[in-house]
Design a binder for this molecule. Structure first.
Ligand code: SF4
Length: 215
């Protein structure tokens, strides 16, 4: 980011995952400042707190940073990485997830962390991993050119949404809403119905106008 104006629109690394899950969820949190807890967010918070508060300075003999503050000036990104292994060849980010894993949002978030680490440490970060706390397994993710490009596109989309203060319509996938902590604030079913209700309203007014004309 070159200018002070751009600095005003820094994007949180967590917003990338929110946007990839549902742009409206991202806007409600990062534009409107709304956040509500549900079972899934509480589980996620507990998982992250466990990782961050563990005082182990090494993991399987590798030095680690926990809850590391990260940034990328080039993209105007700021955030926190759950765990970064400081391997001899360079930093290796590990993102912890609880509950059901949404693959693409988690990979984009991990890639954003890698982009930050590359700028901070001046070395390439070709891979990272996602640790699924429920299944207790770790999956390595290759940070390909396509994934990097997708991540940068999402960063631009989030920044554009922040600048405009825009809140997009609800997702077309209601299954996502069932696990979303913002469902009671978002009211996706009501908002989805609005265009249909507007259509009904306009028909009613047309009938009314016609009746007045007949009189
Ligand atoms: S309830 Fe559905 S549409 Fe609304 S923010 Fe959550 S996922 Fe998006």
């Amino acid at each position: 980011m070159d200018t002070d104006i751009e600095q005003e629109w820094q994007v949180a690394v967590s917003a990338i995952e929110h946007y990839a899950y549902c742009p409206r969820q991202c806007a409600l949190i990062h534009v409107e400042g709304i956040f509500e807890e549900n079972l899934y967010t509480v589980r996620g918070n507990i998982t992250h707190e466990r990782v961050h508060s563990d005082d182990g300075a090494t993991l399987r003999g590798v030095p680690v940073h926990r809850g590391l503050r990260i940034y990328c000036d080039r993209l105007g990104l700021v955030g926190q990485a759950d765990l970064v292994e400081m391997r001899p060849e360079g930093p290796y980010p590990v993102e912890y997830k609880s509950g059901r894993l949404h693959r693409t949002p988690a990979e984009l978030q991990l890639c954003a962390q890698a982009l930050c680490l590359e700028e901070m440490y001046g070395v390439a970060v070709p891979c990272g991993a996602i640790y699924h706390a429920g299944a207790r397994n770790r999956r390595e993710v290759k940070l390909t050119a396509a994934l990097r490009q997708h991540t940068e596109q999402v960063v631009s989309a989030v920044r554009d949404m922040l600048r405009r203060g825009y809140v997009p319509p609800p997702t077309d996938n209601p299954a996502l809403c069932m696990r979303c902590s913002l469902v009671d604030t978002c009211l996706p079913d009501v908002v989805r119905e609005k265009p249909r209700l507007r259509g009904v309203q306009s028909v009613l007014f047309r009938v009314h106008d016609a009746e007045e004309g007949d009189a």
